[in-house]
Design a protein around this ligand. Structure first.
Ligand code: C2E
Ligand code: CA
Ligand code: CA
Ligand code: CA
Length: 273
């Protein structure tokens, strides 16, 4: 009836308003979090076939004064809806350089550290200069840094992206294509954009022993990476069986709970010492 329809509309209005309020609240709290040092990077180590440490991925954590530790899933997607994500990217870049400098000065061998950078940030005109300025300002070697980017980078203005990647490649910064196979995959672009690494999404690793389609996809990704001269890394490796299967398929590098969960700075320093 007319009456019910009206109730339905007001129900959705309330739900939408609550969602918008939640977003605005998270956004304003995130700005405070950055200013008040509530954000922190943790480090998940990455390993070679023979189990030796190779490199690590830095992951964001939010230590909220009331709510405790908040995982990125609860705030990164909201930050991505506005330019706030680009401020977070800058924060992560500055923070990782401080860590790299500290580890460098302590004489630690950390290999390279991968950070997640939003496509929005990379598309900003000032991106390349900003990265250069931060690295030079802190005094860390660009070879220490890998930038993980998702496939939505392929959506527009590909020529400008290629130029930026090439410029940063020349400085010594490498790129990894994150969550490969889950987004806007364009195999045509894959050969034009200079990625040094392909990261197989954990959705394909999860059922690799049960689902022959997932097994076939992983096999194909590894073969393609080899042909294109890219490193290949599997994420979300949780069991020794998954590790063995991936090893058999020729995967080179591994990240996941089977090897290690993300570590806070002191734990990570302990691992690489
Ligand atoms: P991602 O880049 O795919 O990162 C891997 C996620 O998988 C991490 O979750 C990690 O803790 C989790 N993980 C690692 N090993 C395993 C495993 O064996 N099994 C399972 N089930 N999960 C595993 P986290 O830290 O919650 O990050 C979630 C996502 O948030 C990241 O996904 C990334 O897209 C985003 N993110 C994290 N840190 C940053 C950041 O500094 N900047 C930006 N822009 N995004 C970030
Ligand atoms: Ca990542
Ligand atoms: Ca990933
Ligand atoms: Ca993923």
């Amino acid at each position: 009836s007319k009456h019910e329809g009206k109730n339905l509309i007001s129900f959705f209005d309330v739900a939408m308003q609550q969602k918008a309020d939640h977003r605005i609240q998270i956004e304003s709290q995130l700005r405070i979090a950055m200013a008040e040092n509530q954000l922190e990077l943790v480090f998940q180590p990455q390993f070679a076939n023979n189990g030796t440490y190779i490199s690590a991925e830095a992951l964001l954590r939010w230590n909220h004064p009331q709510q405790g530790m908040i995982l990125p899933e609860a705030f990164i997607p909201i930050a991505e809806q506005s330019n706030l994500i680009t401020l977070i990217d800058t924060w992560v870049l500055e923070k990782i350089c401080q860590h790299l400098k500290e580890w460098q000065e302590a004489g630690l061998c950390f290999g390279h550290i991968a950070i997640n950078i939003s496509s929005k940030k990379i598309k900003q005109q000032s991106f390349v200069d900003e990265v250069k300025k931060i690295l030079q300002g802190v005094g860390v070697s660009p070879q220490s840094l890998m930038l993980e980017v998702t496939e939505n980078i392929f959506i527009d203005k590909i020529e400008i992206i290629i130029d930026k990647f090439k410029y940063l490649n020349d400085l010594g910064i490498h790129f990894s294509l994150d969550d490969f196979g889950t987004g806007y995959s364009s195999l045509a672009y894959l050969k034009d954009i200079p990625f040094q690494q392909l990261k197989i999404d954990r959705q394909f690793i999860r059922d690799i022993l049960l689902d022959t389609n997932d097994e076939a996809i992983v096999e194909t990704i590894i073969a393609m990476a080899n042909k294109l001269d890219m490193q290949v890394i599997a994420e979300g490796v949780e069991t020794v069986e998954q590790f063995s299967k991936l090893k058999l398929k020729g995967c080179e590098f591994y990240q996941g709970y089977y090897f290690s969960s993300p570590l806070v700075n002191a734990e990570f320093v302990n691992l690489i010492s």
